[in-house]
Design a protein around this ligand. Structure first.
Ligand code: AMP
Ligand code: ZN
Length: 468
């Protein structure tokens, strides 16, 4: 399996640190609002990477944090007159809802920065002890030039950075030994959340949060560290400096970065008024369509979002789901159970499509080509399965398409979800039937609902139902 490593700027063969295992850390969102559709890109992309590794039999330890200690959260808390904690908890809960709608598998661990302050203090202390950090007036800075390989990920040269150093200054520029030094710990300002530390009452810098959480949940060395391309510099560059200076070993073997999502060919931003949350998109479309749209482009390419492109994605996805529905129908109506010899030969041909799918995924997760392989399989199914097919043949094709879809996180086997209102209406009809002593109809309704995954319970307070 080959993946593009930002560090070497090459596609490299994936070799895990430990056989059969993948340790992955993906920088998560800063939780001060509903997540926007750009934030969903790394979530969808790296969930798909994880799913493919799992399909190949790897055990994936997938850690993704929530940044809940941050200036933007504090600002929002002050605006609303609530605590930063309240803002963070609210938007973490909302983010998890969106992730579920996007069919993103829950991470092995979702650490929260605010819960990990002790470990961060410990790591900062280790950096001070090793001469890589220093304290001035309660602020602790990383001594950037003490880490000789600084710039290796973003391919920046220290002296060029020095001349462009102005934008790198975070705070207290005069007290720094060098303009390139960045903050590990900063003293609190009025109204801000803070923690005790050996240097001041204050809070950690953003970069140390990820270095520490990655080390705590995955160990000093990991296989893959990932995030959006805007994180390459300074965030990931600084994470590398901190982790490698502290632990004395290579931090991550592979660095993966997704390209940016634009809207109508413009950068998405609040000031341009083209900012879209996942929640808003979910009101207009099934979020499966959005996930499909995301994966129709290569993850490293820039991706443009527009209403027309979403319509096109919707139609394409429907071609697949229609084929799956048709196969399901054939499975139910087929006159013969087992495959004929001719069908067995046809079924063997599907291995080609699986190979194409895998080859695409193993070439740096080319999901666009993997989707093309699914389309080829759909075409094959549409031309070879019909009313005369056996149940087994229809099921073989059905299972295969659903399985490949699942690797991309697409739910193709649409279980007919009943709406609450339809369930209630049937329950009312059943109650009427029972009053009229039409027990046969009442039982029919009960069985019909059970088939659709709804279980009824007759209680003294009336009929209760639940999805099973
Ligand atoms: P943030 O909440 O800004 O820390 O971002 C969380 C994740 O979303 C990071 O991996 C960012 O790189 C990524 N991200 C933010 N905006 C976009 C965008 N427009 N397109 C793709 N990824 C983005
Ligand atoms: Zn991070």
């Amino acid at each position: 399996m080959k993946l593009y490593n930002t560090m070497t700027r090459k596609k490299e063969e994936f070799v895990p640190l430990e056989e059969g295992k993948v340790k992955m850390y993906v920088c998560g969102p800063t939780v001060y609002n509903f997540i926007h559709i750009g934030n969903a890109r790394p979530m969808i992309v790296f969930d798909t990477v994880r799913r493919y590794f799992e399909y190949k039999g790897y055990e994936v330890n997938f850690v993704s944090n929530f940044t809940d200690v941050d200036d933007k959260i504090i600002k929002k808390a002050l605006e609303e007159g609530v605590t930063a904690d309240e803002i963070a908890s609210r938007y973490i809960a909302e983010c998890k809802k969106d992730m579920e709608s996007l069919n993103i598998k829950p991470a092995t661990a979702n650490p929260l920065a605010a819960q990990e302050i002790d470990g961060m203090i410990q790591m900062i202390q280790e950096l001070i002890d090793k001469g890589h950090a220093y304290e001035k007036n309660g602020t602790v800075y990383f001594r950037t030039r003490s880490f000789e390989e600084y710039g290796k990920l973003s391919h920046k040269n220290l002296d060029d950075l020095q001349s462009g150093g102005r934008e790198l200054l975070v705070s207290g520029q005069d007290e720094k030994e060098d303009p390139l030094d960045f903050v590990l710990w900063k003293p609190k300002k009025d109204g801000e959340p803070f923690w005790d530390s050996p240097w001041s009452k204050g809070r950690p810098g953003w970069h140390i949060e990820c270095s520490e959480m990655s080390r705590k949940y995955l160990g000093e060395q990991i296989d893959i560290h990932a995030g959006g391309e805007d994180l390459i510099f300074p965030h990931h560059e600084n994470e590398i400096a901190q982790s490698e200076a502290c632990n004395g070993k290579e931090f991550a073997r592979y660095w993966m970065h997704n390209g940016f999502l634009n809207i109508d060919n413009k950068k998405m931003s609040k000031s341009l008024g083209n900012f879209r949350t996942v929640r808003e998109i979910g009101e207009k479309y099934d979020l499966q369509v959005f996930r499909f749209f995301m994966l129709s482009a290569h993850y490293r390419s820039p991706l443009n979002f527009s209403a027309e492109l979403m319509e096109a994605a919707k139609n394409s996805l429907e071609r697949i789901t229609n084929a799956v529905d048709h196969l399901k129908h054939l499975m139910e109506t087929a006159r013969t159970e087992e495959m004929t010899e001719a069908e067995k030969e046809q079924a063997d041909k599907t291995a080609e499509f699986v190979k194409d799918f895998e080859n695409a995924m193993e070439d740096d997760f080319n999901t666009a080509d993997a989707i093309t392989a699914i389309f080829e399989l759909v075409k094959f199914a549409n031309t070879t399965a019909d009313g005369n097919s056996s149940k087994e043949y229809a099921k073989t094709l059905f299972d295969l398409i659903v399985r490949l879809g699942d690797i991309l996180g697409l739910i193709l086997d649409r279980k007919e979800e009943m709406l609450d209102a339809d369930i209630e209406a049937l329950i009312e009809e059943r109650t009427r039937a029972r009053k009229e002593k039409n027990f046969q109809r009442a039982d029919e309704i009960r069985d019909e609902l059970l088939k659709k995954g709804i279980e009824l319970k007759d209680t003294r307070e009336g009929v209760q139902w639940k999805r099973v």
